[in-house]
Design a protein around this ligand. Structure first.
Ligand SMILES: NC(=O)c1ccc[n+]([C@@H]2O[C@H](COP(=O)([O-])OP(=O)(O)OC[C@H]3O[C@@H](n4cnc5c(N)ncnc54)[C@H](OP(=O)(O)O)[C@@H]3O)[C@@H](O)[C@H]2O)c1
Length: 313
């Protein structure tokens, strides 16, 4: 595993971190989840991304349970702004970025995570309009003063929300940046680098499409639709995955290449791939141990130029 300093936070994070939106998924034997986190720690992953809203707080709770037993240093990022039970209760509003809601939720998050302080706290994908009109900043000030959160940022809803947040002092961002959509390179990543903002890239496998396990022209089985695009957009993306298959070679899976592409950008500090099984985690983590070759990067650039010309992602 390799590590980078996470921008101005100064925190030392593994370049491959672990996204935990699958932990505690409803209808799955709960005993399958702790071993995935344990294996990540054994492989040198020290940075975990979660949210109050992942599986009604169960993701935070499983992380807290496993990580509190781990003797080494770990870094946790979590998010607020969603109702914890929004999926099961149909809570209205689903999302609430008022200071009142954030302050109400924080102690439960700390309890589930078994921490006195959250290393990185993010608003969960607010729009620029929400950022400009809600009083979330009051809560962030209070929580920083109380040392309940250390560093603040957002997981972006689009590049504009990331740019707005950097210009208004965010310490860190979780952004969308992957082999199928490099548009964060245009403005967002250069701006982040100039401000020394910590950058983690989420969904770096394009929700599993960049593992190459789905084939263009074939439908994804209904039980695996799981937050994946459908219809024309899905087919466009799968056709582009086929064009990227040259990245599969001895010692490199397509998924590892996808993670290495994101890490090749010096403004990025880590990738946040999700894992549903120990095998997926073990297969993805070694992405940290090598880089893409120059010729591979050159061919990727050519493809991105062609896709930009088509104007669709
Ligand atoms: N708005 C936000 O803040 C936001 C939104 C989305 C995600 N996130 C964060 O980003 C993390 C990653 O997102 P994500 O999990 O949706 O997308 P991802 O990392 O692009 O894809 C991960 C999914 O791909 C499949 N997979 C992973 N490794 C594989 C392998 N080696 N072989 C085959 N399949 C593999 C698994 O799903 P299957 O086994 O079901 O195919 C896994 O759940 C989340 O856990 C979360 O922490 C944040």
């Amino acid at each position: 595993m390799r590590y980078r300093t996470f921008g101005r936070t100064g925190l030392n994070v593994s370049t491959v971190s672990m996204g935990t939106n699958r932990l505690g998924e409803a209808g799955v034997d709960p005993s399958v989840w702790p071993p995935i986190v344990e294996r990540a720690l054994e492989l040198g992953v020290n940075f975990f991304d979660t949210s109050i809203s992942y599986n009604e707080g169960r993701s935070e709770a499983i992380l807290g349970q496993v990580i509190s037993r781990w003797p080494g240093p770990t870094v946790i990022a979590t998010k607020g702004g969603y109702a914890i039970d929004y999926i099961v209760s149909g809570a209205q509003p689903l999302r609430d970025f008022t200071a009142r809601a954030i302050l109400e939720d924080i102690d439960g998050q700390l309890t589930r995570l078994r921490r006195d302080s959250i290393d990185m706290y993010m608003l969960h994908s607010p729009s620029v309009n929400i950022l400009e009109t809600h009083d979330w900043a009051t809560a962030v000030d209070i929580l920083k003063r109380q040392a309940k959160i250390r560093w603040f940022g957002i997981s972006t809803s689009d590049h504009a929300s990331g740019i707005w947040s950097i210009e208004h002092g965010a310490d860190l961002l979780q952004i969308e940046y992957d082999l199928l959509n490099p548009t964060a390179e245009d403005e967002l990543l250069p701006l982040a680098a100039r401000h020394n903002v910590g950058i983690m890239a989420r969904t770096p496998l394009a929700r599993g499409l960049l593992t190459g396990k789905f084939k263009a022209g074939e439908a994804i089985p209904a039980d695996q639709h799981w937050r994946r695009p459908r219809g024309d957009r899905l087919q466009l993306r799968l056709e582009r995955v086929e064009q990227l298959r040259f990245l599969e070679r001895s010692g490199q899976t397509l998924a590892q290449a996808a993670l290495r592409f994101v890490l090749a950008n010096p403004a990025v500090h880590c990738v946040v791939p999700g894992a549903r099984t120990v095998q997926q985690l073990e297969s993805n983590a070694p992405a940290a141990d090598a880089e893409l070759e120059g010729e591979e990067l050159r061919r990727i650039e050519q493809l991105h130029a062609a896709w930009r010309a088509q104007g669709r992602w």
